[in-house]
Design a binder for this molecule. Sequence first.
Ligand code: NDP
Ligand code: GDR
Length: 366
Amino acid sequence: MKENKKVALITGITGQDGSYLAEFLLQKGYEVHGIKRRSSSFNTGRIDHIYQDPHADELPFHLHYGDLTDTTNLIRIIQETQPDEIYNLAAQSHVQVSFEAPEYTADVDAMGVLRLLEAIRILGMTDQTKFYQASTSELYGKVQEVPQQESTPFYPRSPYGVAKLYAYWITVNYREAYDMYAVNGILFNHESPVRGETFVTRKITRAAVRIAAGLQEKTYLGNLEAKRDWGHAKDYIEGMYLMLQQDDPEDLVLATGVTHSVREFCELAFHHAGITIEWIGEGIDEKGINTETGDVIVEIDPRYFRPTEVDLLIGDATKARQKLGWTPKYTFEGLVEEMVREDQEKINLIINNKDEDYSKLSNYIQ
Ligand code: NDP
Ligand code: GDR
């Protein structure tokens, strides 16, 4: 007898959000398909634990090789999997990198969305497949009003933001032109212990525990004054799911409504790692000092400044609260503490030589 499971296809399944969403949908009884890129080294670290389940053979979890730059591949995967829901989380998601690779970023983050939407249309699946687009608070960019909400004008400040602007509007257009259930979740920054190591939060929590353990002397950061509305990825993937379960498709902001500077994130992360930080100097000569030892633990490196910066993000998720009943469960303080604690645990495994996967060592001792 054919099981009556809902089928979800997740692009970007190997990323932070994709891995949490896959787990969440499997728990809800979905058959989950994910698109992963071919890579010369392992890139499934965030989803490997799903396979470690003793009943892995029975798990309704399937990975497909693919890429958002490859139209025929996307058409084939959608045709084969016949998804009820597509969550498009794949992207070149690093803002700073988008200044160095603007064309590639546009290809994946803008054109990739068009390719997926066209695939759904070409296959005649506009009535049966719901589409979630991972839109971003980077669309707001240069501050027009705060807090930012659905009606706030967009003014992106990076090739990433501009590519995501196209993605936002093409999703709206396919919804209106073809009567598709297609929505944008305009998500403010969300982090977790599996956040990529080059985003500022994880860069800081990882550095804090390594410095505290004597494995690293200092870390280099860019703009300490930028303010972000940081939430926990686990809360946000639940919001994505809820956005596809409504009667009518609607673009919604997900945010905590609380903002903090990079500097504040730094102070709290080092505090949880057992270090009190004090700032001396100004501008690019500013330094963070360990108050106990007097060691310089944070220096400013201009290479991390962006050609155009997004200074202040603080979101108003009133609509999502009303329409979805969505509220974030994690606080900023809880998020930072969890990230530091988990990085601490990884460090302890290495220090105590109990880490089974010695290839991970190079991630922590360098
Ligand atoms: P990650 O960078 O952690 O994950 C991105 C995923 O996209 C990875 O699985 C990556 O694969 C995959 N990917 C990259 N390029 C391609 C490509 N050409 N074809 C197919 N897959 C590709 O991002 P997050 O999980 O943090 O974010 C998920 C989505 O949400 C992204 O679209 C991001 O722009 C957006 N977003 C994120 C926010 C956040 O604060 N986290 C806030 C708002 C929006 P691989 O593992 O092989 O690199
Ligand atoms: P962001 O995240 O650009 O907001 O995009 P990131 O963590 O990269 O930067 C946040 C702020 O910190 C400042 N900063 C630094 N950033 C990095 N990466 N490294 C540094 O050393 C550093 N020093 C200071 C940045 O200038 C910036 O102001 C994230 C991504 O997940 C996007 O995909 C997503 O769309 C948005 O969040 C919402």
